[in-house]
Design a protein around this ligand. Structure first.
Ligand SMILES: *Cc1c(COP(=O)(O)O)cnc(C)c1O
Length: 377
């Protein structure tokens, strides 16, 4: 009984609906779990190596190393790239804290630059000026599923002898000038946190890249620094991809392209339905980008009131992210004041993430959009 009218009696529209996705896959997921129980292969083994090969093929990268989370993927990739204490990494304050935690935890220092107003990803023009004597690498984030502008970053990196690590944790399947993210920088980090476009039923992550020696280093870090069992080149971590999660991811990966199409269709519906609402700016897709809409983030006047009103109507929303990293208590030590990164700061006060998932219907999008129009009327 679908209804097109917004009102408190209408069914809620969640921000993200994983229950529907999993209902369609339940038989296969349960079978994969049963297989794991019967073989008792919970750590490493054939599911992990098969998923690594399948995900590397999807991304078009030479190889893939499964790890326990996206944060581990970033951390191990940074260590594999040779990050040492005192080394500086350039990234943006407009991201999830995992990006910067990884730099610090791998022993590096942070150098922030602002994002580009249109793409909400790192502004290459500001990166050039930020490169200093201690800079070793650039860490662009393909935020919300929109790729960062990689060519100018790669040019800067090549000229200055830096590496580029892609934070692709929100961007499985996104393309930059026709090439998949995760196959372009020196290494790339993916997260399979349940809410990501490709999500496990728990925590999981992966590093992709084309240089085998770097991927081998990631494989050592995920397993206590050992190449051969009980022979440790360095200290490492317990950071492996769980075999049951790998089996679940193998069931979902063949559906990812269709799910991305579903998200892009929903994004088109939103764009049409919100056209002409002066108080709302819908997300841009650069002409060189294939956006995968992990999040559909509008910028809106009177954002907090709008969010509260949508909440009253049973429409789930989110804020990604409400407080820029340089203004977080965790980064007080950097001594960066308000005003340091104006685009990030201005955006953080206006951004609002609308419901976005592959199964969203045109009726759902119409209801959300009608509610937004009604709010400004
Ligand atoms: C989710 C995410 C991460 C971290 O992934 P986890 O799997 O949660 O550790 C890193 N960077 C960005 C931009 C993310 O969205």
């Amino acid at each position: 009984m679908a209804t097109m009218t917004a009102g408190p009696s209408a069914a809620p529209i969640p921000f993200l609906d994983l229950v529907t996705q999993h209902a369609a896959l339940e038989v296969e997921l349960v079978e994969a779990f049963r297989r794991a129980l019967r073989t008792a292969r919970f750590v490493n083994g054939p599911e992990v190596t098969a998923f690594e090969a399948e995900f590397a093929a999807f991304v078009g990268a030479g190889g893939c190393a499964g790890v326990a989370s996206g944060t581990d993927a970033l951390r191990f990739a940074l260590s594999a790239l040779g990050l040492r204490p005192g080394d500086e990494v350039i990234t943006t304050p407009h991201t999830f804290i995992a990006t910067t935690e990884a730099v610090t935890q791998a022993g590096g220092s942070l150098r922030f630059v602002d994002v580009d107003e249109r793409t909400m990803t790192i502004d290459p023009r500001q990166v050039e000026a930020a490169v200093g004597p201690r800079t070793v690498g650039i860490l662009p984030v393909h935020l919300y599923g929109h790729p960062a502008d990689l060519d100018p970053l790669l040019a800067i990196a090549r000229a200055r002898g830096l590496w580029v690590l892609e934070d692709a944790c929100q961007a499985h399947g996104a393309k930059y000038r026709g090439r998949m993210v995760g196959s372009i920088g020196d290494l790339a980090a993916f997260s399979f946190y349940p809410g990501k476009n490709l999500g496990a039923c728990g925590d999981a992550g992966a590093v992709t890249g084309t240089r085998p020696e770097l991927l081998d280093a990631v494989r050592r870090y995920r397993e206590h620094g050992q190449g051969e069992k009980y022979y440790h080149d360095t200290e490492g971590y317990t950071g492996r991809l769980d075999a049951i999660q790998a089996a679940f991811l193998r069931i979902k990966l063949p559906r990812l392209t269709a799910w991305i199409e579903g998200r892009r269709r929903a994004a088109d519906w939103y764009r049409q339905a919100l056209r002409g609402v002066a108080e709302v700016q819908v997300p841009d897709e650069a002409d060189w980008a294939h956006h995968v809409y992990h999040l559909f983030v509008i910028r809106a006047d009177r954002r907090d009131q709008l969010q509260a009103q949508l909440g009253k109507l049973g429409i789930g929303t989110g804020l990604h992210y409400p407080l820029p990293l340089h203004l977080q208590k965790a980064y007080e030590r950097l001594g960066l004041r308000k005003g340091s990164f104006p685009v990030t700061e201005r955006t953080s006060e206006r951004l609002l993430s609308l419901p976005m998932f592959a199964e969203l219907t045109e009726g759902d999008v119409a209801r959300v959009s009608d509610a937004i129009r009604a709010f400004y009327r």
